[in-house]
Write a protein of this length. Sequence first.
Length: 333
Amino acid sequence: MGIDLGTANTLVYVSGKGIVLEEPSVVALDRQTEVPRAVGKEAKLMLGRAPENVHAVRPLRDGVIADFDATEIMLKEFIRRVYEGNPLIHPRMIIGIPSGVTKVERRAVMEAASQAGAREVDLIEEPIAAAIGAGLPVAEPTGNMIVDIGGGTTEVAVVSSQGKVVSESVRVAGDELTESITHYVKKVHNLSIGENTAESLKIKLGSAHDLESDDSTVEVRGLHLLSGLPRTVVVKVEEIREAMAEPVSVIIEAVKRTLEQTPPDLAADIIDRGIMLAGGGALLRGLDTIISKETGIVTHIADEPLKCVVLGTGRVLEDKGLDRVFSDRSQLI
């Protein structure tokens, strides 16, 4: 079983079957008993809408475990769904983790997976998994640059010969883009909106680069801070672009810093091959254009950016020739 344990979504790949589960990384718990009420899509619908006796939590923040117990509950439920409740199955797991996590954070992922029923756990760094899933020739001694923009972290790496040459992990990604919209609407329109509303705005109007002849607008409903009453305001596409400008610039700077540290021969390969974008953030309109403009290197978007990491873990499961990509266990000691 290969798992992309993401801040926003968890995807599961089973050897021989492909991707069998894709659910939001959200758990709804009873406040009194901490018994799970819902996991995945049903729990996400409760974010900001749960009754007082239930609290919906996202157990992962910035790509790492923030709530160990909730993560264990979520993994157990996903394993139960994949294997249709069979208690005798204890799968081997390969889990994608951000490249910048600490020893403690690595150990927490392994312990949560073991407690959830895994018989063996291997970790793979997300940029390497994303590069494999995006179809880059990581086994060859050539430079491949991957930018994986997830929910909690952006992973930028140059990969060659099944290994990471240089990399940078910044905890600015999809969540920060969403939060920047929330703050902007509150500051400019005096309107308080929920996380789901801000995420919807990001999807409908979000762009990283000025798009010609795009004057789209969206009506946004929320709580007016001055009157204390519900109100509707109209938000323009350029406002959302302005709101997200700062986190987008952080991602671009991370790409530039990684390129500056890349050995010359690998940099020449990257000029030939280009930069590959993966993760949900790759779907932000115009992001490939602005990265290409800022770096002078052609930038591509992976065919299935949301699935690159889990597809990479799946390919490693099925190809023993890629076993050198696992995260070094000595880093846990």
